[in-house]
Ligand binder design. Structure first.
Ligand SMILES: *Cc1c(COP(=O)(O)O)cnc(C)c1O
Length: 233
């Protein structure tokens, strides 16, 4: 049996190839696509193996897991990709490069206020619930549009784009619909937001649908399971 480090390195190489292929198929450069390696299923040894395999942007969906793991993995940069409660903002902000999952005006307000207190300008994406599933967090399309003018009032957040999770059901064709909606919303947001806000990033696509997401313009894909196939966890 190959050891865990070797398995993860092979999985990582395979992911890199698939991204290159998907990018080429879409007439894009793989350099335009940032991979967030989602380590929520594993411990810090496996997370370190992902970094050693050349993927140094790691994602966690639970703030507590991010707090625990981030000091123990060297040379990694961390993104929070899951729901953030306002009472966890203070402890999370200094640890992350990007929060993908800002899902309400109240949360953005809290990040701005605490960012001001800590002297941090927080990079964030606004999460949109494109599938409309009740259990998913995120702005509705309409809610996002209503909120756009207010972006001018925040001084300690930099909104950099949008994030979504595809519908659980419906396979790649419904994922494609969700991704296409997010891309169109980015256009709308870019046109209607205050001019200083740049909606550059589209964080969409996971292990099962990242190739579709890349073909539809994803600039960030969040891949977890594929890194750890064949690893005991
Ligand atoms: C877990 C998770 C992922 C990664 O999912 P996989 O299917 O394991 O690749 C991506 N994004 C979010 C928000 C997640 O919670």
């Amino acid at each position: 049996m190959a050891d865990t480090e070797t398995i993860i390195a092979e999985n990582a190489a395979h992911i890199r190839e698939r991204i290159a292929k998907a990018a080429a198929g879409a007439g894009r450069s793989p350099d335009e696509i940032e991979v967030v390696a989602v380590t929520k299923y594993v411990g810090t040894a496996e997370a370190a193996a992902v970094v050693n395999a050349g993927f140094d942007v790691l994602g966690e969906s639970r703030p507590q897991q991010l707090w625990e793991k981030s000091p123990l993995v060297e040379n990694a940069r961390w993104h929070l990709i899951g729901h953030l409660q306002r009472n966890k903002v203070r402890r999370t902000l200094p640890l992350v490069d990007l929060i993908h999952s800002v899902d309400s005006p109240r949360l953005l307000q809290a990040i701005d206020t605490i960012g001001g207190e800590l002297g941090i300008c927080a990079s964030v994406l606004l999460e949109v619930n494109c599938s409309g599933e009740a259990e998913k967090h995120g702005f509705t399309a309409e809610g996002l549009r209503r909120f756009l003018p207010e972006l001018a009032t925040f001084s300690h957040v930099e909104v950099r784009g949008l994030m979504t999770m595809a519908a659980r059901e419906g396979g790649t064709s419904s994922a494609a619909e969700n991704f296409s909606m997010l891309r169109e919303l980015r256009e709308t947001a870019q046109n209607e937001a205050p001019p200083e806000v740049q909606f550059t990033e589209l964080s969409m696509g996971m292990s099962h649908d990242f190739e579709v997401a890349i073909s539809m313009g994803a600039t960030m894909v969040r891949i977890g399971s594929l890194f750890f196939e064949g690893v005991d966890r």
